[in-house]
Design a protein around this ligand. Sequence first.
Ligand code: ATP
Length: 686
Amino acid sequence: MTNGKIGVTTENIFPVIKKFLYSDHEIFLRELVSNAVDATQKLKALASRGEMQGELGDLTIRIAVDTDKRLLTITDRGIGMTADEVDRYINQIAFSGAEEFMAKYKDQAIIGHFGLGFYSSFMVADKVEIITRSYKEGSKTVHWECNGSPEFSMEESDEAHDRGTTIVLHLSEEAKEYAEAAKIEELLRKYCRFLPVPIAFGKVKEWKDGKYVDTDKDNIVNDTDPLWMRKPADITEEQYKEFYHELYPTGEEPLFSIHLNIDYPFHLTGILYFPKIRNNFEIQKNKIQLYSNQVYVTDQVEGIVPEYLTLLHGVIDSPDIPLNVSRSYLQSDSNVKKISNYITRKVADRLQELFNTMRPEFEKKWDDLKIFIQYGILTDEKFAEKAQSFTLWKNTDGKYFTPAEYEELVKANQTDKHQTLVFLYVDDPVAKLAALEAAKGKGYDVLEMNGPLDNHYVNWYESKHKEQRFVRVDSDIVDKLIQKEDSLKMSLSEAQQEILRPVFEAQMPHDEKIHYNIAFEPMAAGEAPVVITQNEFMRRMKEMAAMSGGGMSQFYGQMPDNFTLVVNGNHPIVIDILQNVEKEYGDKLKSITKKIDAAVQEEKRFEETIDKKKEEELTAEEKNQREELSKKVVTLRDERNERLRQIGEKDSLVRQIIDLALLTNGMLKGKNLTEFIQRSISLIEK
Ligand SMILES: Nc1ncnc2c1ncn2[C@@H]1O[C@H](COP(=O)(O)OP(=O)(O)OP(=O)(O)O)[C@@H](O)[C@H]1O
């Protein structure tokens, strides 16, 4: 029997370890089972080299709990240890490893806790026993015991023990949950699910005489040969899908899978899936599981895979990713950068291949795929470059084009007078049908863009192609969407527009969140009398800010939406309204208009006389006169506008055509809609 002090300088390292790793106590199980797996693999390697006598036998690792006694036991049939080895690996090396670990990572948030190994068991146990017998012939059983202080005892005896190692944890009161079968089951599933040696926990149960009873079959908790470790050539599409469902039992059918397999300059295998998701993609992040030699490490993969790929699902397995370091270290590590670049290239290549070899299938999946690709384009220059040739745009006829193909399609008809190529799009083809039809009526093609990243994508695209512009069909009247030379003439004169403006303003919808202004435009007589448009730039900024959250979204969020009521200056109803107003106002309109014109002329003449003079050179009298004249114009205008507004307020036709425009855009709601319906009925009754 040996009593000794473990070879560390720090007096009592365990309380520190315990505290340090407080949030992650459960990883002790991963560490112990990994050690058991390693010991088993080593034995297999020795056997295959003929360096081991006897039979390998059943190599299953067994885990057992005794809830009442708060015991957890892990038994392997691996290489085991001699007393000498226990001394070397456990008493000296493992402890110094623990100490080194502490010294190195004291101030850092750690990702995996590899390196702590065996001693992590003291996070949950008051006492730990190792009972082990080496595979070497003539070895005795070694019994080691330690209660968490640096003192241990070790005894060599003839105690009967199979080849291999049994670790017995006497769990502490606070850690008693680890003596519960359900808890261990959960942890094994999380950390040990794909370990390469069979792990048995309890027996398979069967339903017998009204209750579940144990059979004599081991309950194997892991899949020793996970799909990502196999050769892609041996795997069917069906198997990829099955594996996906094994990983994410509630997930929908994935779109595509990508098998990663690389040996140089680092080792990495894995399978990534493009999952089927739509708008709420934020929630889906962190679904990729990171493994190191089939041992689960984490599902926090930021820094390892490029940001946009965190939306993907699947597994990555690499022993070359440093696991016991902080996240910030990980992000600056050049190896990790290489890994990340490799994954990007591989994903892009795979998408290109799918596009080249099965375009119809690719198109069918595009609507779901789009968000990943746009996200990639927006966040990763390299990916953006590659993605050019497999990005698709979908038009409102449901046809798909690459940007180059689309450019070719619309170039002739959609280049404006400044040689800018205008791509038209619509977010909601049903709600914006009128604007859409108007554009199509001009022979334009219209894209459908309603994804959460479309605004960002469109902005990005414009920044890369200075001669091209995206314009939503409702952002202006159809004639101005793509400005060509031959624009229409307007039959309303400036003076007539001035008369109609207050009339229309009197009937403007009231809404705190929406700001309307009025414009008169020459449009075809066959088009609607009033059209509502929304400025492309303002709308895009607002929508993008809303998505990005934070200060920007607050700033833009407070700004009202800006819409323009465009009055068709060539529409017969509008001309009618003008005539009605003129009739209603009577001769007084003519006379006041004359007065206004005269006052304006007077003001103008006066301005000419003082034209060259600077403000400080004006005499008091001149200043006075100027003010008088301007006041006169304003007063007369106010008087006329006031009267026009009164007329406008009573003009149900004006209201009706504004409401029709709102209705066309799905903006007529609640009380306004009810009033519109009542007004429509009474108009028909007349
Ligand atoms: N079940 C076991 N069978 C045989 N040897 C073991 C077993 N568990 C631990 N050992 C020996 O003890 C050593 C120390 O184990 P420990 O878990 O502390 O560190 P490690 O496994 O070497 O490294 P890490 O766990 O950090 O990857 C191991 O390298 C191994 O030689």
